[in-house]
Design a protein around this ligand. Structure first.
Ligand code: C5P
Length: 397
């Protein structure tokens, strides 16, 4: 439910804007109030009259509308809401947001707001896949902008692929998630996830096996409890969760820098399978097969990100959680690892191939804390995540 929540809905100029009228209804059905803002292009697709009739509120359109300024200035308008939703978020609006432009009412509100922003992109498939749009998306996700969709399917322009705006009910769900209140409200949690890729040359790399499934589920579960999550992820094979600040990285060194830049935090969960070594002098050019026989690779040790953060004097999160993927003596090894790394908890899992845990959907974990080892039953990775998130909330209380 969204009782009493105030949504500022920016409607951009795209054919999907007609769905935003239904979105207004759906949000209001759940108890939210909606203040619509139409961009100039948005007005070509839906009329201010229909938006204001459905919202039962005044529609804002122009930055230089003095009546609006007399009633409520653009700064105030951008902050009176609990959440700013941009639907449809066109390629142009995303570019403006990523570039920090403020040359009309919508972009100025987006620059001035101190609230979370959720975008629902909608555009032609080629525009969505264009490197510029993908670059802008990465910038926006890194800035903590939340994103729902786009969906894949037939488009109004006759093409097929990703670019359709999410259905109103999916956007409502993302809104509910973004406004989730819970025991971790106001807490910042860093989660590392996925493998790291350490380049040998521009086309080859070494890596650990990791799908990123468990780390992703943990970030999602923490966000569902209201945490502000910074999700630092290597190249994982699962999509990052909604409602978190995503920082994509490739190497362990980049992961370490991203984690340090995200501090301070109340808790940090290190679920990434970080490569222990990198190639000391990765070649800037592809190493040729022909000629000089087998190449010799010199390795250098990667920073231990978990141990580094656990050992911080200043800015150490109150709770530091490490993972231990073990094939033998799981509890003994995890207990030793907890001591060695200086972290508060270790989540240990048995990754012998016959367990099917690596890349699978279930996990059997042992939580090792200062009080000892606790065996959890075999659970879906999402259930393990929810249980861990609940324990983190209790520990930070
Ligand atoms: O030493 P080991 O790799 O087994 O430790 C696993 C734990 O340490 C995991 O929580 C992992 O995310 C973290 N780690 C790290 N940086 C490294 C190696 C491991 O943060 N370079």
């Amino acid at each position: 439910m969204l009782d009493g929540k105030r949504i500022l809905l920016i409607i951009g100029g795209g054919i999907a804007a007609f769905k935003s009228l239904d979105l207004i209804r759906r949000l209001r059905e759940r108890g939210a109030s909606v203040t619509p803002v139409l961009t100039r292009a948005g007005e070509e697709f839906v009329t201010p009259l229909s938006a204001s009739a459905l919202a039962s509120e005044k529609v804002y359109r122009d930055l230089f509308d003095l009546t609006d300024e007399a009633e409520m200035g653009h700064i105030e308008l951008s902050r009176a809401a609990d959440l700013v939703v941009v639907a449809p978020a066109t390629a142009d609006l995303m570019a403006k947001m990523a570039g920090g432009h403020a040359n009309d009412l919508a972009s100025t509100l987006l620059m001035a707001t101190d609230k979370r922003v959720l975008i629902a992109p909608a555009m032609n498939v080629r525009m969505w896949e264009h490197p510029a749009t993908q670059r802008n998306l990465a910038t926006l996700l890194g800035d903590g902008i939340l994103c729902v969709g786009p969906d894949e399917g037939d488009m109004a322009c006759g093409e097929h692929g990703p670019g359709r705006m999410s259905e109103p009910l999916a956007i409502v769900e993302a809104v509910e998630q973004a406004l989730a209140t819970g025991p971790l409200q106001g807490k910042h949690v860093i989660v590392t996830s996925g493998p790291t890729h350490e380049p040998i040359d521009p086309v080859r790399y070494i890596a650990n096996r990791s799908s990123g499934t468990q780390g992703t589920a943990i970030a999602r579960a923490l966000a569902a409890l209201g945490a502000d999550v910074t999700f630092v992820t290597g190249p994982a094979s699962v999509a990052p969760p909604q409602g978190v600040r995503v920082v994509p990285v490739q190497t362990a060194s980049e992961m370490e820098a991203a984690v340090k830049a995200a501090l301070p935090a109340d808790a940090a969960v290190f679920a990434a399978a970080v490569a222990d070594w990198r190639v000391a002098d990765a070649s800037a050019r592809k190493i040729k097969k022909e000629g000089k026989g087998l190449p010799t690779l010199q390795f250098a040790e990667n920073p231990d990100i978990l141990a580094g953060v656990a050992g911080l004097k200043k800015d150490r999160p109150a709770l530091v959680v490490g993972f231990a993927a073990e094939t033998d003596d799981v509890v003994a090894n995890a207990t030793a690892k907890r001591e060695r790394k200086g972290c508060d908890w270790v989540v240990a899992n048995d990754v012998r191939p016959e367990t099917g845990i690596m890349g699978g959907t279930e996990n059997t974990v042992t939580l090792v804390t200062a009080e000892g080892a606790e065996n959890w039953p075999r659970l879906g990775k999402d259930k393990v995540a929810e249980r861990l998130a609940t324990r983190i909330a209790e520990a930070l209380d």
